[in-house]
Design a protein around this ligand. Structure first.
Ligand code: NAD
Length: 505
């Protein structure tokens, strides 16, 4: 078996031809017998056939999860036993690292280095929550003498976890790990474009000893299966990562049964480069900030604001370095930029770029569908830098979800903050400055869940990830996430010498 580094697209060894649903600890076909095919965005070729979950399958999965939660022993396991199981999941994932990387590349068209980093982070997420759960606990609260009040953290119940296509395994790990760590049961609904690694994760959970029904994986259409889960009275919580319009729909529907909801939604994240910044570091970090994962990242720094004093020198370097980014074989370690997920998204990206041209913007680099030798049937877009923009333009206001960045100059700190906050989104943000006081001052004024100071990375296991404003609410990847999968129970007790008689009758 070759390593992924050596693998070529035509030399695949670890992928299976067909994948099934996972319900109640069993692999199974869908009740309708229907299947669907996923396609490799880099080549347009089919990858695998997958059982297509229907409402009947969603019902079975919810029943299995409900039964596991209400009657099963997972939530009653001592914490250290659940922690050990999470570590076992991580260790099996490590032993299947190359397979997971390969599947992620085939399903998404992302580059090897991106896939490797994300699979590794997914593994580390399970390790993080294996540790975090041991310290997660309630409290003893201050109450008048002779009373006692303790709070306990109890698992919220059955959780529907709806996953997007851009980080299929990592997003599944962000959700499954904390939920099962606290004792919940989950029904995972991966995106139909990219279901493979979530299915394998479900299989790994079972192999690691997670009892039947605790982790169910049902790839199917969002409008059918996703919606069914959101409306289901036996689902207690919905954790959703995806676009803002679908997030709003989910929130409205989940309100009918008052489900707990966490929403990780879209973004249009700003990056501010001040005139005292280390320009080279800012250039490199800004390249990564937008072009990592082919710009298909919720926290992609897609709005770049550069102080007017350094605008020209910054742009010269930024454009020159962007020209050096290579597109091509996603399995090659020298490839920086992978494919776009599908033709529909490619058209959306190009539509935004065309709209910018029509509105009078300047295309400083790229701006068209890329022709990548050997990958003519795949979906590729040139790294694109747009200047001459203003805040009325669609490319500045809306999430493009592709390798497209808009750049504007600013004249002072106040203006930079105003521009950064002039968005309905509030997920990521970046500040490039060597002035510590400025970094602190600006960080506090930015309306975003994440501020990266002189840093291109937004998340490690343990760092809270989530948005302000229309980027959603709730935080993943951190200790606080455990609270979002638990209810707090307050137990008030009386230990006085005499019985209480509050009415005095
Ligand atoms: P999407 O909203 O189209 O789909 C996300 C998931 O929701 C998929 O599994 C889909 O099948 C399902 N779905 C669709 N309609 C549904 C419905 N009516 N009811 C229930 N489920 C439904 O998003 P996408 O195109 O897969 O992903 C891209 C979006 O995700 C971008 O907006 C991106 O910013 C966002 N995203 C956010 C984060 C974050 O942490 N904030 C992370 C990754 C992606």
């Amino acid at each position: 078996m070759g390593t992924v580094k050596e693998a070529k697209l035509e030399q695949l060894e670890m992928k299976r031809e067909a994948y099934q649903l996972i319900i109640n600890g069993q692999r199974m076909d869908s009740s309708s017998g229907e299947t669907f095919t996923t396609y490799n965005p880099a080549t347009g070729e089919p990858v695998a056939t997958i059982a297509k979950a229907s409402k009947e399958d969603a019902e079975k999965a919810v029943e299995a999860a409900r039964h596991a939660f209400d009657k099963g022993k997972w939530k009653l396991f001592p914490l250290n036993k659940r922690a050990r199981t999470l570590n076992k999941i991580a260790s099996i994932m490590r032993s299947r690292f190359n397979e997971l990387v390969e599947l992620e590349i085939l399903d998404t068209g992302k580059s090897l280095s991106a896939a490797q980093g994300q699979v590794m982070q997914a593994i580390e997420d399970f390790e993080f929550y294996a540790g975090a759960i041991v310290g997660h606990r309630g409290a003893v609260n201050n109450v008048p003498g002779q009373f006692q009040n303790i709070t306990e953290k109890e698992p919220v119940g059955v959780c529907a976890q709806i996953i997007p296509w851009n980080y299929p395994l990592m997003m599944a790990a962000w959700k499954v790990a904390p939920a099962i760590a606290v004792g919940c049961s989950v029904v995972v609904k991966p995106a139909t474009l990219t279901p493979l690694t979530a299915i394998v994760l479900g299989e790994i959970c079972i192999e690691a000893g997670v009892p039947e029904g605790v982790v169910n994986v049902i790839p199917g259409a969002g409008s059918e299966v996703g919606n069914y889960l959101v409306e289901h009275p036996n689902v207690d919580k919905v954790a959703f990562t995806g676009s803002t319009p679908i997030g709003k729909d989910i929130m409205a529907k989940a309100s009918q049964t008052l489900k707990r909801v966490t929403l990780e939604l879209g973004g249009k994240s700003p990056s501010l480069v001040f005139n005292d910044a280390d320009i080279d570091a800012a250039v490199d970090g800004s390249l990564f900030g937008i072009f990592y994962n082919t710009g298909q990242s919720c926290e992609a720094r897609s709005r770049l604001y550069v102080h007017e004093d350094i605008y020209e020198s910054f742009m010269e370097k930024f454009v020159e370095k962007a020209k050096k980014l290579s597109l091509g074989n996603p399995f090659a370690k020298e490839t920086h930029i992978g494919a776009i997920i599908n033709k529909g998204q490619l058209d959306v990206i190009d539509g935004y770029v065309q709209s910018a041209k029509e509105e009078g913007a300047t295309i400083a680099l790229g701006g068209k569908v890329a022709n990548v030798e050997g990958y003519e049937n795949g979906f590729w877009y040139e790294p694109t830098i747009i200047t001459g923009v203003n805040h009325d333009m669609k490319v500045v206001k809306e999430e493009i979800f592709g390798p497209v960045v808009v750049v504007m100059p600013f004249s002072d700190e106040k203006e930079a903050i105003r521009l950064a906050n002039d968005s309905e989104y509030g997920l990521g943000s970046a500040i490039w400055t060597t002035d510590y006081a400025r970094a602190t001052r600006v960080s506090k004024q930015i309306q975003a869940g994440i501020v990266m100071v002189n840093c291109p990375f937004s998340a490690f296991p343990g760092t809270p990830f989530g948005g302000y404003k229309q980027s959603g609410f709730g935080r993943e990847l951190c200790i606080e996430t455990l609270d979002l999968y638990t209810e707090t129970k307050s137990i008030v007790s009386y230990f006085g010498n005499r019985p209480l008689n509050p009415f005095g009758v």
